[in-house]
Write a protein that binds this ligand. Sequence first.
Ligand SMILES: [Zn+2]
Length: 111
Amino acid sequence: MRIASTLLAVATGLLGLVFLVGSQGQVHRIAVGGVLLAAALALVALPRLRPRRVEVVQRIDLPPETALKSLVCSSCGAPLSGPDLLVKAGTPWARCPHCGAEFEIQEAPRW
Ligand SMILES: [Zn+2]
């Protein structure tokens, strides 16, 4: 995409220069050349002005007394691993790679 926009900017800029060099004092040719050069500059500058992608990392803090258990799908009982876990609206969820079920991981009551 960036190469295509750069090539388009170069072509537009060259066309603008042709209009400016060959204007022979005609105002409308100078105007067209100026517009084409401005368009070429915009094609080069606008992709650089786009905001950078922001990566948000959410971490789940577990209390130190948390006992590790194997996590299994609540629908089919298949074992789940780290890549099957996701965070939706700030809560931990799991997506089963075997049956496709999604369910919220809930903390078991402590009593
Ligand atoms: Zn499942």
